[in-house]
Design a binder for this molecule. Sequence first.
Ligand code: GCU
Length: 405
Amino acid sequence: PLTALLLTLSLSGCVRMTLAWAPDKPRGLEAEPAIAAESVAAWEAKKPEIRATLETEIYGRMPDDARVELISHKVIDEAAFDGIGVYEEFDVRVTPVFDGGPASPPSPLMIAVLSPQGEGPFPVIMTETFCPSWAALPHPQASAPEDRESGEAPGIITYVFGRYICTPPLEMIMEAGFALAVVNSTQVVPDSGDAGLAALDRLAPGMVGEDDRWGAIGAWGWVFSRMVDVLGAEERFDEDRLIAYGHSRYGKAALVAGAFDERIAGVIAHQSGTGGASLNRQKVGESVGSITKNYPHWFAPRYAAFAGEEERLTYDQHHLIALVAPRPVLLGNARRDVWSDPNGGFKAAQGAEPVYRLYGEGPITLERLDAYQPQHPLSFWMRPGTHGVVEEDWPAFLEFLEAHF
Ligand code: GCU
């Protein structure tokens, strides 16, 4: 049986209409993927091997170390966006280090932060967006290239992918007492096949051509950790409450960041799909073959070799989620976003659940896709509609964040 039904009607040979929906209860996996961990000690002992295998088979080698240099820190506006928050910019340079080997030239990274008025220390929602920081936090004094046309996301993007695809609801976030940090991680690895691959090779000297060369998803995950380096050192921000949030490809990166860096206090991975929260085995929606063909720079080359043979993967995405345990994770989904396979994500969350329970995080029971339980450290948010960050997403995210941070 299929976990989602895709019905394609061909009308007079030229009009094609695709109807897709996700059933209430995920079906389709023959075997429960639930992780059988016996004790916290046994699970903790297994984590390094799981991480290493996920690197080899899916994400590629992650750097062993990082160099981070703060070039400047400027408070741009003490009362930005009609006084709702303080706007700061951290201009940094970041360099990955592999095996203590030669470092590449550093990459620039601009971290723009809006934080509530007052003393702090504030919890921070760290995010990577599809827009440059000056467009995600559109402020006239924000650092931006001189040729920038505007600080606004093009209307067509927000029309298609939702009101909050670029700029989250700043007022709502400030009122909830969270700071918001934004980077454009494509400053480090551009999101295009050739330029992305060239940057990955340049950043990992000596690893060129290897089967497990790192991919952009891993690199963007690594960029989340650089935000932790910088913001965690500032008194205004609470180093124990730094949360990684991303949508879609950056949702994949946020999960990787949480799985590989235990300083990240929680993760919101919205519609992260293939290579993110949804299982590789018995895949619905975007296949391993398709994602590795269309985005050759996102993963280790070896991931492509599992296309059509996903059962050969040693671990699946529920292991990635479980590596974040017991820290809170929210997986966001939309019912008609079948490409990102919400059912596969739900199954993965169910598979990771026993690990959360091991840590005494209970009772957690994920039974229905649409029963939102934001108080659970492993939560699954399903709304109607399609791919994007829309009106009802952020109140749901904040409900989860307020329950845990
Ligand atoms: C494409 C891609 C997905 C990805 C998405 C996004 O649809 O196939 O894997 O998550 O883009 O980042 O919006």
